[in-house]
Design a protein around this ligand. Structure first.
Ligand SMILES: Nc1ncnc2c1ncn2[C@@H]1O[C@H](COP(=O)(O)OP(=O)(O)OP(=O)(O)O)[C@@H](O)[C@H]1O
Ligand SMILES: [Mg+2]
Length: 377
């Protein structure tokens, strides 16, 4: 047992399209971290990338979303002195009192989604600062965000994925017609067109005919320079929560599966965030005992194939016609509101929200300890 409370920073906001979503997840995490073990400090990243020390009392009163006061003191994070905890400094003036005199913190809990947050960039920064942080490392984060590279690693591990074509912007500009022909020959219609790096279904289109193809591709290319064309699967959407096993010799822990049943033609941005009845969430998913085991094995294998650490939510398609599972994607920093799938699936599997947060913080510290024990340089 630790002899003092650990300082845990809840880091939220971010320079991503999912900034607002993060504020809600972060409010849940902030309020429900175990105060008998942790002192919790709110730090926001604004849309220009500045790290700001948000007021602890204001955050404590903000139930639904954590505040992003743009006039709050700006922070920098630097590595500690040899082997010590990383330190926050105020760019101007004094660091708020709750950081302590040295500005040292024990663990950073990123509750952010999307680009520059979930894609390995933030994780790389935290590695440089020598900070213990919750969730996947640089590689798994980057791969989890890039749907093309995720597919390559999954295929290499023998995990079923939906057939796809990957098109770069320049390739599309040069020969759009031949890509369309290739897609039609291989997949017919409908197909899904999606940016390789995206989230919240932004830029994702279900293309029913040749006449819709070009506009969908152009829109996807406004989000990323790399776009996937996928065969559309008539599928049920099954999700599982994965948690790193504290015993590194053991496979990761996997929750019972949940199902997202969108009321729209697919799980679009509108269905996710704008329509309150956009989807029905069923936990546990109503699938057979055999399918549950199959899905859990696939989720564990997926986490391992990507070198996952900490946590991930693995999203599967269950083909309505064939009964086959495919991995659709991996989310390394899944939504974390009290009603989000990741914590809900754990709750229904016997790990309550606060306990889950404690486990994640402990995993972050254990990883730092084992990394520091490695010979480097
Ligand atoms: N090949 C496909 N066949 C059928 N439906 C699909 C396919 N690809 C995507 N979809 C639908 O579009 C939704 C969004 O696609 P996807 O999960 O790939 O995008 P996303 O933007 O990464 O979402 P997230 O916010 O989960 O990261 C899926 O949940 C599903 O409803
Ligand atoms: Mg998705």
């Amino acid at each position: 047992m630790q002899d003092r409370k650990l300082k845990v920073v809840v880091l939220y906001g971010g320079r991503s399209g999912e900034h607002e979503v993060s504020l809600r997840s972060a409010a849940s995490v902030f309020h429900r971290l175990d105060r008998t073990r942790f002192d919790v400090i709110p730090v926001s990243i604004d849309k220009t990338g500045r790290w700001l020390a948000q007021n602890l009392e204001v955050a404590s009163r903000s139930q639904e979303v954590l505040p992003v006061d743009l006039t709050a003191p700006q922070l920098v994070l630097l590595p500690g002195v040899t082997g010590g905890a990383p330190r926050f400094f105020a760019v101007e003036g004094q660091l708020p009192a709750w950081f302590g005199t040295q500005g040292e913190v024990d663990v950073i809990f990123p509750v952010v989604h999307g680009t520059l947050c979930e894609d390995g960039t933030l994780q790389g920064f935290l590695e440089l600062a020598d900070a213990a942080y919750v969730g996947c490392g640089v590689l798994a984060s980057a791969v989890g965000m890039d749907k093309e590279f995720a597919k390559r690693l999954l295929r290499d591990a023998g995990i079923p994925i939906v057939p796809y074509l990957c098109v770069r912007k320049g390739q599309w500009a040069q020969s759009a017609a031949s890509w369309m022909t290739a897609s039609t020959e291989q997949f017919g219609y409908p197909v899904f067109v999606k940016p390789a790096n995206s989230g919240s279904s932004v830029g994702v289109h279900r293309v029913k005919s040749a006449s819709e193809f070009a506009a969908a591709m152009e829109d996807a290319f406004s989000i990323d320079t790399k776009v996937l064309i996928e065969k559309a699967v008539s599928a049920r959407e099954i999700e599982l929560s994965v948690l790193e096993n504290p015993d590194p010799t053991q496979p990761p822990l996997v929750s019972i599966p949940g199902e997202i049943a969108p009321s729209h033609t697919f799980y679009s941005y509108e269905a996710k965030y704008q329509d309150e009845s956009g989807a029905r969430l069923d936990i546990p998913a109503q699938i057979s005992a055999q399918q549950i085991v199959q899905a859990q094995e696939m989720a564990a294998k997926t986490f391992q194939a990507l070198d996952g650490e900490g946590m991930a939510r693995v999203d599967l398609f269950l083909d309505r016609q064939t009964g086959n599972f495919y991995v659709n994607e991996v989310n390394t920093l899944p939504g974390f509101t009290a009603i989000s799938m990741y914590p809900k699936m754990w709750e229904k599997s016997g790990i309550e929200y606060t306990e889950l947060l404690t486990r994640l913080v402990d995993l972050a510290r254990a990883r730092q300890t084992s990394k520091r024990a490695l010979k480097r340089g």
